[in-house]
Design a protein around this ligand. Structure first.
Ligand code: NAD
Length: 337
C-alpha cells in the first residue's frame, strides 16, 4: 500500500509535535515545517524544514507536491499574557492570516487532497461568555461575531477563508475549534504558556507550605482537553464526511482556582492560592459544547481532567528540576571563580 504523504505546518509547536509523533507511529510519510525547531523533543518527521510560512517562496518550496493531508497549525499565538495585552495584536493578525492565505493558495495549486485548520474557542462572542457558570459555545452561536481578542477575529476570518476556498476551489477542508489543549512538551514558561502549564510551573517551583498566585479572582471558568483526545478528535474529523467547524474540547468545566487546586493536590504539597488582579484574563466563562461533535462523529472527549493534569505536572516538574540543576551548577561555577 502507498504511504500516506502528510504535511504538518507548525510542527515545532505543542500540538504539531504530538501530531507528527502520532502520524509516524501510524506509518505516514511526514514533512514538517516550522520557523523553529521543537524545543522539548526531537522530531520524528521524515523531513523537518525550518522556514517562515509568511514568506510565499517558503510555502511554495514546502508545498511542492500534492499531499494526502495538510495540517495547518502554524500561528502566532500564546496564552492570556500574550493575546490580551494588545501589544501583539498586529503581529498575531498579520502573521497568522498571511500563513493561512499562503498555504491555501498553494494547496489549490498542488491539488492537495485534504487540509485541516485549527481554529479556536476564542472565536465565540464575548456576550455569550459573561456568566462563568453558564457560557454558550455551541458552534451555531458564533454569529453575530464578537470575539474578545484579535487572535479570535483572525481565527474567525480564517475559518471563512477556508470555507470560501472549499466552495470556490473544491478543497476538502476540516475545521476544528480547539478549547484549551494541554499536555507535556508544550510551552511552560516565557510568557506564551497557557493556564495549565503556568500553574503546573508555579506549583513545581513552590516550596511546601507556601503560596502561588492565580490571575484574576479565580472564579473564571474554562475547560481543558488533554492532547491525546485532541489528536483523536482530529483524526476522526479528518476521516469523517463532515467539514466543521466543530468544537474539539472537554465539557468538564472548572474554575481557575479549581484547576490550581487539582494541580496542588497532584503535587502533594501544602500550597495556598493568592488571587491577584491582572488587567486581562479573557472572558468570564467558557466551556466546550459537544453536541455537534457527538452527532457528527459519534464520539466526544470523555477523559477526566485530573488524569491529564497528572501527566502534565510530572513532565513540567521534571523540566523545573532540570532548570534548578542548571542554575545550581552555574552558581557553583561562579563561586569557584
Ligand atoms: P504552538 O505555539 O505551540 O505552535 C504553533 C507553531 O507555529 C509554533 O511552533 C510556531 O513556531 C509556529 N509558527 C508561528 N509562526 C510561524 C511562521 N511564520 N512560520 C512557520 N511556523 C510558524 O501552539 P499549539 O498549542 O501547538 O497550537 C497549534 C494551533 O492550534 C494554533 O493554530 C493555535 O492557534 C491552535 N489552537 C491551540 C489551542 C491550544 O490550547 N493549544 C487552542 C485553540 C487553538
Amino acid at each position: 500500500m502507498r504511504m500516506k504523504k502528510v504535511l504538518v505546518c507548525g510542527a515545532g509547536g505543542f500540538i504539531g509535535g504530538h501530531l507528527v509523533k502520532k502520524l509516524k507511529s501510524e506509518g505516514a510519510w511526514v514533512r514538517a515545517v516550522d520557523i523553529k525547531n521543537h524545543e522539548y523533543a526531537v522530531s520524528g518527521a521524515d523531513e523537518f524544514i525550518i522556514g517562515d510560512l509568511t514568506e510565499q517562496q517558503v510555502v511554495r518550496e514546502v508545498l511542492d507536491m500534492p499531499f494526502d493531508e495538510v495540517y495547518q497549525l502554524a500561528a502566532d499565538m500564546g496564552g492570556a499574557g500574550y493575546i490580551f495585552t494588545g501589544e501583539n495584536d498586529a503581529n498575531v493578525m498579520h502573521n497568522s492570516a498571511t500563513i493561512n492565505l499562503n498555504v491555501l493558495q498553494q494547496v489549490v495549486h498542488t491539488r492537495s487532497k485534504k487540509i485541516f485548520y485549527s481554529s479556536s474557542a476564542c472565536i465565540y462572542p464575548a456576550y455569550n461568555q459573561v456568566d462563568p457558570q453558564n457560557p454558550k459555545c455551541s458552534e451555531g452561536s458564533a454569529y453575530p461575531a464578537d470575539p474578545d481578542s484579535d487572535y479570535g477575529w483572525e481565527k474567525l476570518f480564517s475559518e471563512r477563508l477556508y470555507l470560501a476556498f472549499s466552495r470556490n476551489h473544491g478543497i476538502n477542508v476540516k475545521i476544528a475549534r480547539f478549547h484549551n489543549i494541554f499536555g507535556p512538551e508544550g510551552t511552560w514558561d516565557g510568557g506564551k504558556e497557557k493556564a495549565p502549564a503556568a500553574l503546573c510551573r508555579k506549583v513545581a517551583y513552590a516550596d511546601d507550605n507556601s503560596m502561588i498566585e492565580v490571575w484574576g479572582d479565580g472564579k473564571q471558568t474554562r475547560s481543558f482537553l488533554y492532547i491525546d483526545e485532541c489528536l483523536e478528535g482530529m483524526e476522526r474529523l479528518m476521516n469523517a464526511d463532515f467539514s466543521g467547524p466543530v468544537n474539539i474540547g472537554s465539557e468538564e468545566m472548572v474554575t481557575l482556582n479549581e484547576l490550581a487546586e487539582a494541580i496542588i493536590r497532584i503535587s502533594g504539597k501544602n500550597i495556598s492560592i493568592k488571587n491577584i488582579p491582572v488587567p486581562h484574563t479573557g472572558v468570564r466563562g467558557r466551556n466546550s459544547d459537544n453536541k455537534l461533535i457527538q452527532e457528527k462523529l459519534g464520539w466526544a472527549p470523555s477523559a477526566p481532567l485530573e488524569a491529564g493534569l497528572e501527566k502534565t505536572f510530572a513532565w513540567i516538574n521534571g523540566e523545573v528540576e532540570k532548570q534548578k540543576k542548571i542554575l545550581k551548577n552555574q552558581m557553583a561555577m561562579i563561586m569557584e571563580k
